[in-house]
Design a protein around this ligand. Structure first.
Ligand code: GUN
Ligand code: FE
Length: 430
């Protein structure tokens, strides 16, 4: 079933029209022609009646979700070591684990756990950190390509403060390894693209940062990194780049903040002030908001409402393993809860995010990083997830809007039935 890339799905449809509104159709239709969405409809238009219809009845059909920030090599230690803050957590748990990916056999096995689970969750698009190791990162890309999910993947750059086992020898060798890796992946994958990945300023010398900025420009590549996650990290960056006016400006000084054509993703931005917001906006950067991670590492709560009001691009990231799961629906819930606590405990002028806004961030907000992605609109890539929530017993009739809200607050009995990326079914639970 469903081998062609042109078809119609019938079911309970929901997608964002914009940040403030969710369109729903009870027993509606969403049309895919050659992997591209032709729109969603309450009644199937005559011109699409010739297409094969797959009727999912009472099941829900929503756009696929984008995980804008996840660390593949950290997946196998998710959920442990969570009593530390960022810098101690990195040196105690994360760097020693990532060092193990020098061993390709270890990487093959661990990345299988990661990719198999990614295939099974709500995510249809992901932006992924690997490790500093070329061979392991290439293996990760091979495995990701085989899932059918669309992704950007980065070989990580680190030439300082990684300890004995997770540090490249010099800026020059890190850059040379990056060029090698880019050459190895060139033309190899349809859905898995390389992205330059300076881990964060404390891991990369000025020379390395400048070299990566230049490489991005020369080769038209995108960049991902971390920004203003934790107070000790921010103070450290100020010491390391004393001429910078703020952390975001340090990235700017090295030409790594990107452009609207090749936007940089900055994970976290928990403590970004007005000045950093202006820099992010100016460059068309995307913030990957990682609420679960920010709670777990006691980093704080990012004021997402302020970023939305300022018109900055935002999506959600699970940030495994500082975030404890790759479940985007769980990430949506923590995003909502965190914004409510920000309003209650930090600033009553910053209203909590609504469910509409968070659904938007998880789907089209992050999807925009990939182009026309994340909604059932005409001309968008056809990414969809079919959900069975029939085990969630209720004494009342629920609207489609209520059912997706309920799924977010309690997904215990929610089953993903099918998942599509660009019109291709990449997962089925039948
Ligand atoms: N900052 C630098 N590296 C990392 C990482 O692996 N996880 C998180 N959460 N923050 C980082
Ligand atoms: Fe991260």
């Amino acid at each position: 079933m469903i081998q062609d890339s042109s078809f119609v799905l019938g079911g309970g449809i929901a997608f964002s029209e914009g940040p403030n509104s969710i369109v729903t159709f009870y027993r509606g239709y969403v049309v895919c022609v050659d992997g591209v969405c032709k729109g969603a409809f309450p009644e199937l238009p005559d011109k699409y009646r010739f297409l094969q219809l797959y009727d999912y009845g009472e099941r829900l059909i929503i756009p696929g979700m984008t995980d804008l920030h996840v660390h593949a090599p950290q997946y196998t230690f998710r959920g442990i070591g969570m009593d530390e803050e960022l810098l101690e957590w990195l040196s105690t748990y994360t760097f020693p684990e990532e060092a193990k990916y020098a061993d390709i056999e270890y990487a093959k096995k661990a990345y299988k756990y990661f990719t198999e689970d990614l295939r099974r969750c709500f995510t249809t698009r992901a932006v992924v950190f690997g490790t500093i190791h070329n061979e392991a990162t290439l293996e990760l890309m091979r495995q990701l390509e085989s899932t059918g999910i669309s992704s950007y993947v980065g070989k990580v750059n680190m030439d300082r403060n990684g300890g004995e086992h997770l540090q490249e020898e010099s800026a020059a060798s890190s850059l040379a390894a990056t060029v090698d890796w880019l050459e190895q992946v060139e033309g190899k994958f349809a859905n898995t693209k390389p992205i330059l990945t300076p881990r964060f300023i404390p891991s990369c010398s000025d020379e390395l940062m400048k070299g990566l900025g230049k490489l991005a420009e020369e080769r038209g590549l995108r960049i991902q990194s971390h920004l203003s996650e934790n107070h000790s990290e921010i103070a450290w960056v100020k010491e390391l780049v004393p001429k910078s006016s703020c952390y975001a400006n340090a990235y700017e000084m090295f030409d790594t903040m990107g452009t609207t054509e090749r936007p940089t993703i900055m994970a976290h931005c928990v403590h970004s002030d007005k000045k950093e917001m202006e820099i992010l906006k100016k460059h068309g950067a995307f913030i990957a908001h990682c609420a679960d991670s920010n709670m777990n590492l006691t980093s704080g709560i990012a004021p997402i409402r302020k970023f939305l009001d300022a018109g900055i691009n935002i999506g959600l990231g699970t940030d495994v393993a500082a975030g404890s799961s790759m479940n985007m629906v769980k990430t949506m819930l923590i995003t909502l809860q965190a914004s409510k606590m920000y309003y209650r405990l930090v600033d009553t002028d910053v209203k909590p995010l609504t469910f509409e806004e968070v659904f938007y961030l998880a789907t089209e907000g992050g999807g925009k990083y990939f182009g026309n992605v994340g909604a059932f609109k005409d001309g968008y890539d056809f990414d969809a997830v079919v959900i069975d929530d029939s085990k969630m017993c209720s004494m009342r009739d629920m609207s489609i809007r209520e059912r997706i809200e309920r799924m977010c607050y309690n997904d215990a009995d929610v089953i993903i039935k099918d998942k599509f990326v660009k019109g291709k079914r990449v997962f089925s639970n039948n």
